[in-house]
Design a protein around this ligand. Structure first.
Ligand SMILES: Cc1ncc(C[n+]2csc(CCOP(=O)(O)OP(=O)(O)O)c2C)c(N)n1
Ligand SMILES: [Mg+2]
Length: 798
């Protein structure tokens, strides 16, 4: 007969714990003083600005209290992700109740004075944000921008077989693209070697102003939707707290048992079929336990509870009383003693030590971070006996280095490569010599590289890849995201959020540093031979440089040895977002490994062998600086330099190559910024600079506008001209080709006179010849295809 999960005593105490969290949440939103309501609430006790989000908060408090119970009961290693991260008060309240908050922030003590500060600091100048921000212990997910919780949760549990990520998903959040696709993560999670995610769909029925879609479809549709996604949904539905506590407890027990069964099947029984993991649908009222009606309108169970349910107590008669009634409905005197301490019979409901979700080290991943075992990148060097030798494609060289990183860290299981279906296409096929693509779906004989347990994660969703990688990094591991350059824009705002996270955590001493988020953008704008215009967009780096200089780094290595050196640095770095743009097509190699290391270390430098000033006296000024950044612009610049050397031999030409884009900024703007004196020494104070740039030209202007010689910097880059055409024609369409670069130079140098004018005429003829040839033959002129730096023909115009 007695099938109840909770004894009456436990039910009563869990309910009291929930009330305590709810009370602390309301207190954070409203109270300036009088934290225990020891005296009647007065207007002076209320904050002047009432901020925050109530609607999601009581539901999350309910979930947290119940997760605490199962953590204790089953000794679970669990973290909590709040998809609706606007429910910050809930997580602050719960980490305070369990004690972690005061351990990290001792001034927020476990007494009345601490309560007052806890309340005051919330959404208050000089205090803490309203979301589950980095300041909140136990958080790896701010949740301000909705959609990423489930991908983050999966990223957290890959290679953490002992860990369970409880992931609360807003029913509004569930409408976003990233979240909608994240359900498919269950096709990738390996139950033997990875941990588990317990999604809890918080079906409180509403978003800000509307009902949610999932709340307004039939139960059958909802259930089928999740079954269709491969989950086993468990439903907890209602609003009567006593019944809901029992339902939730029973369901969580079942879900945990289900997870353990799946793990045992895979780990002990060695079963390999894809499991149907449990998930919970919690249907409860939005703004649960809050005011039912305000000013004659329904608030609890309606969209109106989303933010601050009772506003303006100062000007609205009756609101102060309503607020007091609401707060007293939690019966704070039963929850806290006279000194403001949570009563011991409630405090003991929280787990202990690192089992507390606010203190779990996985949510402060830097604590668990282990250095990668790195092979020596010099061992992968391309032999460059002379500049201009033909390479196999820079990312293909990098692939071997990544392969061995995967191999050397295979035991540690702390390195993964993520990408939307393009790891091979981006030239990293060497990885598949030692690992595969992790995949739990069915496998057919004609498939390649699929394995139950592999280091490569591929799903055709940039959101998913980014979210997985972020979750992986935030829990103390290492990784790389490889993507087409044009489509990395899909995660622009995810990058934003991660960069913001890093910026804040840089200033939180208790948050240990995590590995950098590394992007490899191969398949870039200049070589979209198969795809054309839609695949041509170098604008991600424009977007990235908006972020704090302390967080972002952008590298455009001109050849494979530079790429190796740059990537070695990126993989070892901490707390950055590194963007590396590199080519995958066979291309000339310029620097020996030794030169590449020096060049990348400097980030920018003159290539004396490419200009004609190697023998000029020290301090001699060039007539023109040809600057380049990116592999294709470097090639065109060197070809232009060859033409100038051949046809205008008296002209003093300096070639400058930029690997580290941030070197262009002044020192005051970015830690990598080149000091003005050095910049002037390279680019001169008054000579023309013809700058061939990988991306949109405005970016170089943005970065250099404060430099002495900025007025003389003329940038060629991508200007939205493109289609399917030959590789060289892409540069021609955008005036970035060698001929245009030479013409640009002549246009800025009147002293070249008649010789210059004659050369311009020949270049125009060349461009016409080029056009005619490609339109007839469908490939570039032989002299372009076969052009080699240093050959006798390099500067000649055939
Ligand atoms: C991507 C994104 N779009 C819009 C918003 C603005 N916004 C904040 S909360 C919210 C509604 C969220 O509803 P739901 O996920 O159901 O959360 P809950 O009901 O638990 O508050 C919206 C639209 C946002 N934060 N992120
Ligand atoms: Mg909702």
């Amino acid at each position: 007969m007695n099938t109840r999960t909770l004894t009456p005593d436990l039910l009563h105490r869990i309910d009291a714990y929930w009330r305590a969290a709810n009370y602390l949440s309301v207190g954070q939103m409203y109270l300036y003083d009088n934290p225990l309501l020891k005296r009647p609430l007065a207007l002076g006790d209320i904050k002047r600005m009432l901020l925050g989000h109530w609607g999601t908060t009581p539901g999350q408090n309910f979930i947290y209290a119940h997760l605490n119970r199962v953590i204790k009961l089953f000794d679970l290693n669990m973290i909590y992700l709040a998809g609706p991260g606007h429910g910050g008060p809930a997580l602050v309240a719960n980490t305070y109740l369990e004690g972690t908050y005061s351990e990290i922030y001792p001034r927020i003590s476990q007494d009345e004075a601490g309560l007052q500060k806890l309340f005051l600091q919330f959404s208050f100048p000089g205090g803490i944000p309203s979301h589950v921000s980095p300041e909140c212990p136990g958080s790896i997910h701010e949740g301000g921008e909705l959609g990423y919780s489930l991908s983050h949760a999966f990223g957290a549990v890959f290679d953490n077989p002992d860990l369970i990520a409880a992931c609360v998903i807003g029913d509004g959040e569930a409408e976003t693209g990233p979240l909608a696709t994240a359900w498919h993560s269950n096709k990738f999670l390996n139950p033997a070697t990875d941990g588990a995610v317990l999604p809890i769909l918080h079906l409180n029925g509403y978003k800000i102003a509307n009902p949610t879609i999932l709340a307004r479809i039939t139960h059958e549709e909802l259930e089928q939707l999740f079954r269709g996604y491969g989950w086993t949904p468990y439903f907890v539905e209602g609003h009567e707290p006593q019944l809901m506590h029992e339902e939730m407890a029973k369901t969580l027990d079942a879900a945990i048992a289900h997870i353990r069964q799946i793990q045992e099947d895979a780990r002990v029984e060695k079963k390999t079929e894809r499991p149907r993991w449990p998930m919970i649908v919690l249907r409860s009222p939005k703004g649960w336990t809050g005011p039912k009606m305000v000013d004659g309108k329904q608030v609890e169970g309606a969209f109106r509870s989303h933010q601050v349910p009772i506003s303006d107590p100062a000007t609205h008669p009756g609101h102060l009383e309503l607020l007091e009634e609401w707060m007293r409905s939690y019966r704070p005197e039963e929850l806290f003693d006279a000194r403001g301490r949570l009563r011991p019979e409630l405090a003991e409901l929280a787990p202990q030590g690192e089992r507390r979700m606010g203190a779990n080290p996985h949510a402060n991943g830097g604590l668990l971070l282990r250095e990668l075992v790195m092979p020596d990148y010099r061992d992968y060097a391309v032999d460059v006996p002379a500049p201009g030798v033909r390479g196999i494609g820079d990312t293909h060289v990098l692939g071997r280095f990544l392969r061995d990183i995967a191999k050397l860290n295979g035991q540690a299981r702390n390195f993964r490569v993520f990408g939307p279906d393009e790891t091979a296409s981006n030239g990293l096929e060497a990885l598949f010599e030692v690992t595969g693509r992790q995949w739990q779906g069915s496998v057919e004989p004609q498939d390649e590289g699929l394995t139950l347990d592999g280091r490569v994660m591929e799903m055709l969703s940039e959101h998913q890849c980014e979210g997985w990688l972020e979750g992986y990094l935030l829990t103390g591991r290492h990784g790389l995201f490889n993507s087409y350059e044009a489509f990395i824009h899909i995660v622009d705002s995810m990058f934003n959020q991660h960069a913001k996270w890093l910026k804040i955590t840089n200033h939180l001493a208790w948050r240990a540093k995590i590995a950098s988020l590394n992007y490899l953008l191969a398949s870039h704008v200049w070589r979209q031979d198969h795809n054309g215009f839609t695949h041509q967009d170098p604008g991600f780096i424009d977007h990235v440089v908006n972020k704090k200089a302390e967080v972002v780094r952008v590298y455009l290595p001109p050849d494979a040895n530079c790429l190796l050196s740059v990537m070695d640095h990126c993989m070892r770095s901490r707390q950055y977002v590194n963007v590396v743009v590199a080519g995958k097509h066979p291309a000339p190699q310029w620097l020996t490994m030794e030169q590449a290391v020096a060049h990348c270390h400097a980030g920018i430098g003159a290539w004396d062998w490419a200009g004609n000033m190697a023998n000029a006296p020290a301090g001699a000024e060039p007539d023109v600086v040809l600057a380049c950044c990116g592999d294709v612009p470097t090639l065109e610049t060197l070809a232009a330099a060859a033409i100038l050397r051949e046809h205008l031999p008296d002209l003093k030409v300096r070639v400058v190559n930029v690997v580290d884009l941030m070197r262009l900024q002044p020192e005051s703007e970015h830690p990598h910024g080149l000091p003005d004196a050095q910049f002037d020494a390279l680019f001169t104070k008054d000579k023309p600079v013809i700058f061939a740039f990988h991306g949109y030209p405005t970016l170089v202007h943005r970065l250099t506008y404060r430099r002495t010689n900025h007025d003389n910097i003329h940038v060629r880059g991508y200007k939205e001209e493109g289609t399917i055409t030959t590789p060289f024609d892409m540069t021609v369409l955008n005036d970035l080709d060698r001929y245009h670069l030479v013409m640009d130079t002549i246009a800025r140098l009147p002293q070249v006179g008649a010789a210059g004018a004659a050369l311009v005429q020949r270049l125009r003829d060349k461009l016409a010849e080029h056009k005619a040839y490609i339109c007839k033959m469908g490939e570039d002129l032989p002299e372009i295809r076969q052009w080699t730096w240093g050959s006798p023909a390099a500067g000649k115009l055939a």
